[in-house]
Every structure is written in structure tokens, then in C-alpha cells.
Ligand binder design. Structure first.
Ligand SMILES: Nc1ncnc2c1ncn2[C@@H]1O[C@H](COP(=O)(O)OP(=O)(O)OP(=O)(O)O)[C@@H](O)[C@H]1O
Ligand SMILES: [Mg+2]
Length: 275
């Protein structure tokens, strides 16, 4: 058959927006906007897959996180987290300019629009935060760090591995009350993850018990759009110390000794491994 006449067949009962469905967007995003290799075996990349919105997981200050199922009718399926940055609404971004120092925009129209906070400017900013988080997630995942696998980026929407089970999200560290043994193990996990990040010159910048999920015995770090360069950003060291303070504070409140959960000791250790 002449290949010019071969086209993707799609059944006529198209998924409809009203029912919270769409065709899988996997095939339509650029290669750079698909997750790093090796890809996990749970990924659904079939062109015939349908995405179904299962509802809001959490609304945040600048993004909302939804549960999304990607399924091949009668075949493989996976539930993922869809983080959608808000752009069009009149909503101030709380992350300050200190995080974005040195970030470039494509053209001066975008820069002016962002400064004036026009609708277009907010959309550009939302896209930049999404891109920034996407890029960091991919780097950290490739380093073997405990972050959700970044599946794809489509404009202001990041699809990522859902942390939790049976559609129930893993609790945030803030809600967890672990046994002492687990507490010690979690502190070590975080120290190790932070050390690897610092060795690669990356600081989370908003690390807190709200941006760490307790997935059973394992901690998973999330919410990374504001991650900064340890040395490239003039406040990189300050952000690192603040991350250390937030983390140590939580561990002390849960009963870890002040010697173990000492932010200055942690900060010193991390910097010692970096330089
Ligand atoms: N991959 C994920 N798996 C499971 N739950 C997630 C995932 N990503 C985010 N969440 C849930 O959604 C919440 C908000 O996500 P995140 O912190 O990335 O967004 P945010 O808009 O910055 O939120 P906030 O303003 O509350 O900090 C998280 O605290 C967590 O409960
Ligand atoms: Mg958060």
C-alpha cells in the first residue's frame, strides 16, 4: 500500500473534554519533553492510550496537582501525578526574584510582559517554572536521587510518577510520626540526597516537611521549580542553610537528638563533600 495513504486509525467515540478525557499527549510532545532513559517499565507510551483526569490531589499556591490515568483501552494503564502551573489567573507567584536571578527569557517582549504581570507575562512565567522543575527532576532522577520519575512536559503541565499506592498519595513528612529507627534512616536518606545534589551544585531551595513525601520507609523529594545553583546564584549558600534548618527542625521536633539534627553540622558536612 502507498505509505501516503496510511494514517493512524482512531475510533470514532473520541474521548471528550467533558468526561475529563483526552488522547494521550505522549506522542505530541517534543523528544526533549519526554522523560529520561532508561524509562521505567510502567510507562504507557502507546499512541492509542487515553488520559483520564481522576480529580484534584492538591491545590497549591502556584500549581495544582491532579491524578491522571493513562490507559490503553483493554490494556496497560498507569496512574500519574499531573502538576499544572497556573498562568492565566490573577495570582501572584510567591517565589521571589531571588530564585530566578540570571534566568533568561527568549525575547524582551516576554521580559516586559513578565515584569508588568500581564496575562501573557503570567503564562510565560508559568511555563518557565514548569520547564525549570522538569529540567531539575530529570537531572536528579538520572543521578539516582529519590524524586518522582518525570514522564513528560507539555506547556505548563508536568506528568510525573505518582508517589503513593492505590490512588492514595504518600503523606507529606509533616504528617508523619515515625518510630525512632525510621527517623534515623530518613535523616540519613535526606543527608545523602542533599549531599549528592550539593556535589552537583544543586540546592532545592524550598526543602521542608511539606515538600518531602514519606513513601513507606523511603523519602521522596518533590516541588523543585525553584532549585538554584549553589555557586551561580548569589544566595545559593543561604538557601542551602535554610533547607538544612527546615529539615533539622522537623527531625528535632520528632525526637532526633540536637547533635544529630544540627543544621550547622549538616550544612558543614554538605559543603565539605562539595568542594
Ligand atoms: N508525584 C507526586 N505524587 C504524589 N503526590 C504528589 C506528587 N507531587 C505532588 N504531590 C502532592 O501535591 C502537593 C503539592 O505539590 P507541590 O508541592 O509540588 O506543589 P506546590 O504548588 O508547590 O504546592 P505548595 O504551594 O503547597 O507547596 C504535595 O504536597 C503532595 O501532597
Ligand atoms: Mg510544595
Amino acid at each position: 500500500m502507498d505509505p501516503a495513504f496510511v494514517f493512524d486509525f482512531r475510533p470514532t467515540d473520541d474521548p471528550s473534554a467533558e468526561s475529563g478525557q483526552r488522547w494521550s499527549t505522549w506522542a505530541s510532545v517534543e523528544p526533549l519533553c519526554r522523560g529520561p532513559e532508561p524509562r521505567p517499565d510502567w510507562l504507557v507510551t502507546d499512541h492509542a492510550a487515553v488520559d483520564t483526569d481522576l480529580g484534584v490531589l492538591k491545590t497549591g499556591k502556584e500549581a495544582d496537582v491532579f491524578l491522571l490515568e493513562r490507559a490503553v483501552p483493554g490494556g496497560a494503564s498507569v496512574v500519574m501525578a499531573a502538576k499544572r502551573y497556573r498562568g492565566e489567573e490573577t495570582r501572584a507567584f510567591h517565589r521571589s526574584a531571588a530564585y530566578t536571578e540570571g534566568r533568561r527569557t527568549r525575547n524582551s517582549r516576554d521580559t516586559r510582559a513578565m515584569a508588568k504581570k500581564t496575562a501573557h507575562g503570567r503564562a510565560v512565567a508559568a511555563g518557565q517554572w514548569a520547564w525549570a522543575e522538569w529540567e531539575v527532576l530529570g537531572r536528579l532522577w538520572s543521578m539516582g536521587l529519590p524524586v518522582p520519575y518525570p514522564v513528560q512536559l507539555d506547556g505548563t503541565e508536568i506528568l510525573m510518577e505518582f508517589i503513593g499506592s492505590e490512588g492514595v498519595a504518600a503523606p507529606r513528612l509533616a504528617q508523619a510520626r515515625p518510630e525512632r529507627e525510621v527517623l534515623v534512616s530518613w535523616f540519613e536518606q535526606l543527608r545523602e540526597a542533599m549531599a549528592t545534589m550539593v556535589q552537583h551544585g544543586i540546592v532545592h531551595g524550598d526543602l521542608s516537611p511539606y515538600n518531602i513525601l514519606a513513601d513507606g520507609d523511603r523519602l521522596v523529594i518533590i516541588d523543585l521549580p525553584q532549585a538554584v545553583d549553589l555557586v551561580g546564584n548569589p544566595l545559593g549558600m543561604d538557601f542551602l542553610l535554610r533547607d538544612c534548618a527546615n529539615v533539622c527542625d522537623w527531625f528535632r521536633r520528632r525526637g532526633l537528638s540536637a547533635e544529630l539534627a544540627d543544621e550547622h553540622a549538616l550544612y558543614g558536612d554538605l559543603l565539605a563533600t562539595a568542594f
